[in-house]
Design a protein around this ligand. Structure first.
Ligand SMILES: *Cc1c(COP(=O)(O)O)cnc(C)c1O
Length: 351
């Protein structure tokens, strides 16, 4: 390695799912198959490019207020960022500084490991059990912080709030982050525990249930003290995170609660139908509470199915890693998209 390169930071980056530019049936990155609320379209029509001359509001106040009203918390309990990836990166930088290893599951969102490495945070990864469930007792040992998604990804398994509470109770001296990217498809949110646990940070995103992955909006909800620490780090990094268009579109989307609930219901209905179809085809899978299904087939190799699907323009996700190499993660699309997937699978299995 050259002298020049010796002092350059070297990282192994996160690898996102493919974004093919041609038209495919895209069931590989857990996006929403339905468009955002029509209210987003309406406010977009009112955007004035003359406003772009000035910087956006660094405190993102219209969006923070809309989220505070939506979740019944104070505006000083909300932190927003450029997608929850940005929010989570800020959380790692702000909260995980003890020098002790942070804990997250061995099978989970692969970005956690990347941020830990980027910020030189030591980490340990307790194994999910055979049913791909988090073993909560593994998180009772001394650590520098805890993070896990609920529902977990890519396993789609949701844990009830008493389970989350046990982990919070055993970690009063460190920050516990519950990444709720998929909570709207699942059940009760840990937001209701914030008043009782001053060590809890909940993160959510506009990318999944709110159909706005391309707009890049995420947020954290916690007590005012932890949110203040997060904001201090943000203002030491980049004051102007969300742009003006994202702020007005985000506000409009949050205010249209009815559209949001209808879209979520369409997806969860399709998910339940998909479970029946996949079971009939002989797949086994965890009981998904997210907008994707993590499935494996006893007779067909996952990577071979993945390649054959891709050839037919059906994109799903496959990881060539230990324990999950025989699984496919299939995002729930529209009813029509799922029909095309089932047709493909039926033909594939007849061969
Ligand atoms: C999609 C996802 C995110 C990131 O979402 P963005 O808001 O688009 O950055 C974070 N955590 C998990 C578990 C996810 O699946």
């Amino acid at each position: 390695m050259s002298r020049l390169e010796e002092n350059i930071r070297k990282v192994t980056p996160y690898v996102p799912g493919e974004q093919p530019q041609n038209k495919v049936i895209k069931l590989n990155t857990n996006e929403n198959p339905y468009p955002p609320s029509p209210e987003v379209d309406r406010v977009l029509g009112e955007v004035d490019s003359g406003d772009f001359r000035l910087y956006p509001d660094p405190s993102c106040s219209i969006l923070v207020k809309a989220l505070a009203d939506c979740y019944g918390v104070g505006e000083d309990q909300i932190f927003v960022g450029v997608g929850s990836d940005d929010v989570l990166a800020m959380c790692f930088l702000t909260f995980f500084n003890s020098g002790k290893p942070i804990l997250f599951p061995d099978i989970t969102y692969s970005f956690y490991k990347v941020w830990a490495q980027l910020y030189s945070i030591p980490y340990e990864c307790p194994k999910l059990n055979e049913e791909f469930r988090i073993v909560k007792e593994d998180y009772y040992r001394e650590n520098g912080g805890v993070i896990f998604p609920n529902p977990n990804a890519p396993t789609a398994v949701y844990e009830e709030l008493d389970f989350i509470e046990d982990i919070l109770e055993h970690n009063r001296d460190v920050v516990v982050i519950v990444d709720e990217a998929y909570i709207d498809f699942a059940g009760r949110s840990a937001i209701e525990l914030i008043e009782r646990y001053d060590n809890l940070v909940v993160t959510q995103t506009f990318s999944k249930a709110r159909s706005m992955a391309g707009m890049r909006i995420g947020y954290a909800i916690s007590n005012p003290k932890l949110i203040r620490y997060l904001n201090d780090v943000k203002y030491s990094f980049n004051s102007y995170t969300l742009n003006k268009v994202a702020l007005v579109c985000g506000e409009a989307a949050v205010k249209d609660q009815e559209y949001f609930e209808n879209t979520v219901k369409k997806i969860t209905d399709t998910r339940e139908k998909t479970k029946k179809e996949l079971a009939d085809l002989g797949f086994s899978f965890t009981d998904s509470k997210a907008n994707f299904i993590f499935a494996s087939h006893p007779e067909y190799d996952a990577k071979e199915m993945f390649d054959a699907m891709k050839e037919q323009g059906i994109y799903v996700r496959h990881w060539d890693s230990e324990r999950i190499s025989q699984y496919l993660r299939i995002t729930i699309g529209t009813e029509e998209e799922m029909q095309k997937l089932f047709e493909f699978l039926k033909k594939y299995m007849q061969k």
